[in-house]
Design a protein around this ligand. Structure first.
Ligand code: ADP
Ligand code: ASP
Ligand code: MG
Length: 470
């Protein structure tokens, strides 16, 4: 087998709870449990940086041109000159992943993407392979020895869920050897290899997850996510210019924000960071590369694992939104036991994820049942309901709306404060925005509204919860 040269005995085997982790080929596996407590120096970064192992991740915009790649190389070389061991996980140059996926669509417009997902991964993974090699070349031009590896060369092993694969284990032998030889090691973001040797990718934005997983596997001191904004903001600063950068954000809040649509971090990366307690910071790659390293190490937003007093005070820490969902309603459903199961069971069996669910009050023994799915699954869900569910249900109609959005307020402080949701509803009503669905959990409240009001709603809520005030 191709991976015989790289036994995973010394690597890390991940069990992310969502996939059955395949055992490594007969080697003893160092389990990742317990390393959370063991390694990390809680004071990092301090004014006196100790020699550390640090993972840098650079997003697409940060790698967007040869000039920017040269800047990344100069920044990374600065960190190595300060005595640190650096592993870099780059994304593809901005626009490249979209360009490649667009070419595939051109060649097979009528076929669903899912029918050729293996080839999509083969294709999309090349974007990161190119940017990684370019960065290695740029580092070498700076006089810094470096080597780049594709995911399969490390190897980063994943399951076989093409276009949304999950990392199962990472072998650190090769990487450590190069680090000890004084090289910067560059590992492609976004990709891995399955048990059969197929290249897989981790879903859009997946380089964040690669970086955190590599940091976990190497027990790195910190994972620095360099991007085109200088940290995590109260909401997307491109939508609300008054948004404020958060100095720290709790892991739980970041998890909610990412899952509710804040694309600054892929949700799986936050899950990894939480599970393996990887210290993680989001910061700008657009500061001058030669700024003081201590200043850089303390900039941006730190994801924290403990609630501090300051966080307790902020009732709402951030606002997230997403346009990726669509609403589906089954009308005139008989109001009797088993109906939700009949509808949603069929949807689940088709592997379609459901998010917000609402069932209206019954009138004359009939009710309406609505739920949201990802927009990509919209047509498929409607067809499925019409063909397989309606006939046996006695419902009158299936209708849908793909032009909706979900806006959410997130904050740990919501646990201990009442009236937060009602303040949200009042603020939306003052703007004349109709709420179609509501969903709540301990630290968030989400509403589904007409897509055309999304920006208005986000701005109004940002103001109502004083998020623009320091
Ligand atoms: P990268 O290419 O570096 O991975 P992304 O585009 O994936 O960058 O993520 C950074 C973008 O996330 C920012 O440009 C910003 O528009 C967006 N974003 C959304 N929500 C937030 C938020 N709460 N804080 C900061 N950025 C956010
Ligand atoms: N290049 C991939 C994407 O555009 C992965 C990433 O950038 O994180 O989604
Ligand atoms: Mg990203």
């Amino acid at each position: 087998m191709w991976f015989a040269w790289a036994p995973c005995s010394a690597g890390r085997h991940f069990d992310d709870g969502a996939s059955a982790a395949a055992p490594c080929q007969g080697f003893a596996i160092a389990t990742i449990q317990g390393f959370a407590e063991s390694h990390f120096s809680a004071n990092f970064p301090s004014s006196e940086l100790h020699m550390a192992l640090i993972v840098h991740k650079y997003g697409g915009t940060s790698m967007g041109s040869t000039e920017r790649i040269r800047n990344v190389a100069k920044r990374v070389a600065k960190w190595t000159r300060a005595g640190h061991q650096i592993v870099v996980v780059p994304s593809a140059m901005s626009g490249e992943t979209n360009r490649l996926l667009g070419l595939a669509k051109e060649l097979a417009p009528a076929k669903p993407d899912t029918s050729y997902s293996r080839e999509l991964d083969m294709l999309a993974s090349t974007g990161e392979q190119a940017s990684s090699a370019l960065l290695a070349i740029a580092l070498q031009a700076e006089g810094q020895p470096s080597v780049s590896y594709a995911g399969w060369q490390v190897p980063i092993k994943t399951n076989s869920a093409f276009t949304k694969a999950r990392i199962e284990s990472i072998d650190d032998v090769r990487v450590r050897g190069d680090l000890n030889a004084g090289k910067v090691v560059i590992i492609t973001g976004f990709q891995g290899v399955d048990e059969q040797g197929n290249i897989t990718t981790l879903g859009r934005g997946g380089s964040d997850t690669s970086a955190v997983a590599v940091a976990a596997a190497l027990k790195a001191d910190e994972c620095l996510i360099y991007t085109d904004v200088d940290g995590v903001y109260t909401t997307d600063p491109r939508v609300v210019p008054e948004a404020r950068r958060l100095q720290t954000v709790s892991f739980e809040e970041m998890l909610e924000m990412a899952s509710l649509g804040s694309k600054v971090l892929q949700i799986r990366s936050v899950e990894f960071a939480g599970k393996y307690k990887v210290p993680m910071r989001v910061l700008s790659s657009f500061t001058p590369w030669d700024i003081d390293i201590n200043e850089e190490a303390a900039s941006g937003t730190l994801i924290t694992f403990e609630e501090d007093e300051q966080m307790e005070q902020a009732v709402v820490s951030g606002i997230a939104f997403n346009r990726d969902e669509a609403k589906i309603s089954v009308l005139g459903v008989p109001d009797k036991p088993g109906i939700a199961y009949q509808i949603l069971g069929a949807v689940a069996d088709a592997n379609i994820e459901v998010d917000v669910i609402i069932q209206n009050l019954s009138k004359d023994g009939k009710t309406d049942f609505s739920f949201t799915v990802h927009r990509n699954d919209y047509a498929k869900t409607i067809d499925l309901l019409k063909e397989k569910v309606l006939p046996g249900l006695g419902a009158t109609e299936v209708s849908g709306d793909a032009k909706i959005c979900k806006v959410s307020i997130v904050g740990i402080g919501m646990r201990s404060h009442v009236g937060v949701a009602s303040k949200m509803f009042r603020s939306l009503s003052e703007e004349g925005i109709n709420i179609q669905m509501i969903s709540t959990s301990e630290i968030k409240t989400s509403v589904v509204i007409d897509e055309k009001y999304m920006e208005l709603a986000v701005r109004a809520l940002h103001k109502a919860f004083d998020l623009d005030q320091a």
